[in-house]
Ligand binder design. Structure first.
Ligand code: FES
Length: 58
């Protein structure tokens, strides 16, 4: 099973990677397309992980 990256919104690593593959190469676009970082902690727990995924999967 894919790791949960955004705990507030229950968004998996797989979903984030898919979004990056489809052109979401900035945190803003990932947020728009997946909803990650829009939860109650406002990305406090997931932003850094998403940034690392963007770097690693561009
Ligand atoms: S863990 Fe992603 S918004 Fe809180």
């Amino acid at each position: 099973m894919s790791e949960i990256i955004c705990l507030c919104k229950n968004i998996t690593e797989e979903t984030i990677k898919e979004a990056i593959k489809n052109g979401a190469t900035t945190i803003e676009v990932v947020a728009e397309t997946t909803g990650a970082t829009t939860g109650f902690c406002h990305g406090g727990r997931c932003k850094a992980k998403i940034e690392a995924l963007i770097k690693g999967n561009k």
